[in-house]
Ligand binder design. Structure first.
Ligand SMILES: Cc1cc2nc3c(=O)[nH]c(=O)nc-3n(C[C@H](O)[C@H](O)[C@H](O)COP(=O)(O)OP(=O)(O)OC[C@H]3O[C@@H](n4cnc5c(N)ncnc54)[C@H](O)[C@@H]3O)c2cc1C
Length: 171
C-alpha cells in the first residue's frame, strides 16, 4: 500500500510517497524507524522537535533483566503488581523477555549506559521493582541521551526522513 505525505504549506508542489509513515519521534517512533528494512523509505512525523515528547523527559532509566540476581518471572510479577490489574499479562511477558535483546540492540545503536570501573552496566532500583534492574545514562539524563542518540542515528540513515514541526491529522 502506498502512503502519501502532504505538506499543507506547499500542497501543490511538495508531496512525497513513503513505504512507511511513523507518527511520533519519541523513543517508540525512532526505534521503530531504525528497525524498518533499509530498502523501505520511512517518514517520521513529529509535531514539535526531538525534545517534545515524554521520552526526552524520562529520567530514572529503563528496566530490563540484565543481571544474574534477576529473572523474567520476577520482572513479570513486579510489573503485574505495579499495574494493579490493568496489564495484559501476555504483553507484559513479551515486553520483559524481549527486553535484554533490545537493550543490546540499543547499545549497538550507540546509546551509552552508565558503567562501573569494570565496564559493567550499573543498575538501580526504583519503586515497584523488587531488585536492581534500571539501566540509566548520564545519571538522570537517560531519556535525553537515548532520544538524542537514536535521533542522530535515524537522521544519518538514507532511508529515513524526519519531518519536524509537522502535525499529523486523521479523519
Ligand atoms: C517526566 C517523565 C519522566 C518519565 N520517566 C520515565 C523513566 O524513568 N522510565 C520509563 O521507562 N519511563 C518514564 N516515563 C515514561 C516514558 O517517558 C514514556 O512511556 C515513553 O517515553 C513513551 O515513548 P513514546 O515514544 O511512545 O512517546 P513520546 O516520547 O511522548 O513521543 C510521542 C511523539 O509523538 C509526537 N506526536 C504526538 N501527536 C502527534 C501528532 N498529531 N502529529 C505529529 N506528531 C505527534 C510527539 O511530538 C512526540 O514526538 C516518563 C515520563 C515523563 C513524562
Amino acid at each position: 500500500m502506498r502512503r502519501y505525505l502532504f505538506n499543507s504549506k506547499e500542497l501543490e508542489n511538495n508531496n512525497e510517497i513513503f513505504d512507511v509513515i511513523i507518527v511520533g519521534g519519541g523513543l517508540a517512533g525512532l526505534y521503530c524507524a531504525l528497525n524498518v528494512d533499509p530498502d523501505k523509505s520511512v517518514a517520521i512525523i513529529v509535531k514539535g522537535h526531538i525534545d517534545g515528547g515524554s521520552s526526552y523527559l524520562a529520567q530514572g532509566g529503563i528496566a530490563a533483566v540484565t543481571k544474574k540476581w534477576d529473572s523474567f518471572d520476577l520482572h513479570v510479577k513486579d510489573t503485574l503488581i505495579a499495574g494493579a490489574g490493568h496489564c495484559d499479562e501476555k504483553a507484559v511477558r513479551t515486553l520483559v523477555t524481549e527486553g535484554p535483546e533490545i537493550i543490546d540492540d540499543i547499545i549497538r545503536l550507540g546509546v551509552q549506559f552508565d558503567r562501573d570501573e569494570n565496564g559493567d552496566t550499573i543498575v538501580t532500583r526504583e519503586g515497584g521493582h523488587s531488585c536492581r534492574r534500571i539501566l540509566h545514562c548520564g545519571g538522570d539524563a537517560t531519556g535525553r541521551i537515548m532520544t538524542e542518540t537514536l535521533g542522530k542515528e535515524a537522521q544519518s540513515r538514507k532511508n529515513i526522513k524526519i519531518f519536524f514541526d509537522t502535525f499529523s491529522l486523521t479523519s
